[in-house]
Design a protein around this ligand. Structure first.
Ligand code: FAD
Length: 442
């Protein structure tokens, strides 16, 4: 850890292998990840983060940055490196008059949703409350509000950032606009964000969830009809589907007056008679936490994702051939996501119709190989129809995944931002943008 004098003035905890709290702090969402950093430094302030970055560089340690710990590869934990653990920095401050929230860089989505909903406000966040605001927002941030208000990154007004040089700067439309552009979709490549300022929206507190189940056999026409309805759906509705265990579940999540959602749900009667249906009113906070248990920790995980600009009939046929033990999900984009100009943010592919994820979970390490193979096979069937992928669901694709997430033009621009703020690629445990001009993977 270097000499103790190095950490003088550090307000948080420095955890070492074998020491108290170390094993708990190196646990991340995916139980496949079992790495042992040489140091885990739990930061409590921006000054702690500055010291951590400077000391990591002085010690020549590989840096991982941890917020929610939900990257599927566990990128926050470098073997024998240093984890800059932001989780103690989880405060959320809300100004209901100005409809703004200031969220520290280690906060989870649940903290954001709970604090803003006290005022009937919210901003776009993901679907599982123990995901980190940091990783989710920096990669884009898709959620049930995105069709109304844009992605999480579209709602960021400013970021406080500790750079690779250990400087503290603010990025916004007016200050360091190149960095601000890169932080909205470019992932954790450019520095450690210690605070996000978000735009909030009056959303009330009520939602409706509509799910209709059909047997997978013979469901192609039903899925195609659901897809066609999605294209003209009001923005309150985000169409979502899952395929698992021989059942395809089709419907939407509605944010707004549930009665209006129920009225709109009648359009789904044209799909035919389902074998089961669940039409449930939930508070927004209930909606945002309802997958928390099924998506919980201590389970082995693997996933693969694609974006579809259009979900063709042939793609639907391939989807329905999915391995019944590998879950597939679809979530619709469109609306406000597609209205932001493509060059306004690093986030790419705003014109997609659906995001797809094949996800598998298990507990026995002996099953690792076959589980991963089966998920890959299911996702491979869909790959010919894909237009790219979401950076936040890249798993083991490496630079090929980065090239699928961004256009060549975006990669060139991201590289330029990287050269300005992190020319030595100090922050490389992420979906890495190379500081050299060649497109990653090219
Ligand atoms: P971490 O592993 O802590 O961080 C991931 C990476 O982000 C780090 O390696 C680092 O590079 C960077 N990072 C994190 N915080 C900071 C910071 N403050 N400053 C600088 N860099 C930082 N995505 C969606 O868009 N919508 C969803 O609904 C959604 N649901 C999900 C549900 C589950 C159960 C899981 C596991 C993931 C989900 N995701 C979703 C994907 C999610 O956005 C990514 O996994 C994201 O990387 C998680 O961020 P984290 O902070 O939890 O993870």
């Amino acid at each position: 850890m270097g000499d103790t004098a190095m950490w003088q003035g550090f307000g948080g905890k420095v955890l070492l292998p074998g020491g108290k709290g170390y094993d708990a702090a190196r646990q991340v969402w995916n139980a496949m990840v079992d790495r042992r950093p040489r140091l885990i430094v739990q930061c409590t302030s921006v000054e702690d983060v500055v010291l951590a970055v400077r000391n990591a560089r002085a010690l020549d340690l590989e840096i991982g940055v941890k917020c929610g710990g939900h990257s599927v590869l566990g990128l926050s934990l470098p073997e024998d490196g240093i984890t800059i653990d932001l989780t103690p920095m989880a405060a959320v401050r809300v100004d209901p008059e100005r409809k703004r929230a200031w969220i520290q860089g280690g906060a989870l989505l649940g903290a954001l949703d709970t604090a803003t909903q006290e005022h009937g406000l919210a901003t776009t966040a993901g679907n599982v409350s123990h995901t980190g605001v940091g990783g989710l927002t920096l990669g884009g941030g898709m959620g049930w509000l995105a069709r109304q208000y844009g992605l999480s990154c579209d709602n960021v007004i400013s970021c406080q950032v500790v750079t690779a040089a250990g400087d503290v700067i603010t990025a916004s439309r007016d200050e360091h606009p190149d960095l601000f552009w890169g932080l909205r979709g470019g992932g954790g490549n450019f520095g450690v964000v210690t605070e996000f300022e978000f735009q909030l929206h009056d959303i009330g507190t009520r939602t409706l969830s509509v799910e209709l189940d059909f047997p997978v056999d013979g469901a192609a026409g039903v899925v195609a009809a659901w897809r066609d309805l999605s294209a003209t759906a009001p923005r309150q509705a985000t169409f979502a589907a899952t395929v698992a265990g021989g059942v395809v579940s089709l419907g939407f999540v509605w944010i707004g007056d549930p009665e209006a959602g129920r009225t709109y749900a009648r359009d789904l009667e044209s799909l035919g008679t389902p074998i089961a249906e669940r039409i449930v009113e939930l508070s927004y906070v209930e909606l945002q936490t309802r997958e928390d248990t099924v998506e919980g920790h201590l389970i082995r995980r693997y996933w693969k994702g694609h974006y579809f600009r259009e979900l063709s009939d042939a793609a639907i046929e391939a989807l329905l051939l999915h391995d019944p033990e590998v879950g597939a999900s679809l979530q619709a984009y469109g609306g406000a996501i597609a209205e932001v100009a493509d060059d306004d943010t690093a986030f790419s592919q705003r014109d997609v119709a659906f995001e797809y994820v094949a996800a598998t979970r298990w507990t026995d390490p002996d099953e690792d190989e076959q589980r991963i193979r089966r998920a890959r096979e299911s996702a491979a069937r869909l790959e010919p129809f894909a237009s790219g992928m979401y950076v936040n669901v890249i798993s083991d694709e490496g630079l090929a995944g980065v090239s699928r997430a961004y256009s060549p033009a975006k990669l060139t621009r991201l590289s330029a931002v990287k050269r300005t703020y992190d020319p030595d690629n100090v922050f490389h445990l992420n979906h890495n943008i190379s500081p050299t001009p060649e497109p990653a993977g090219g």
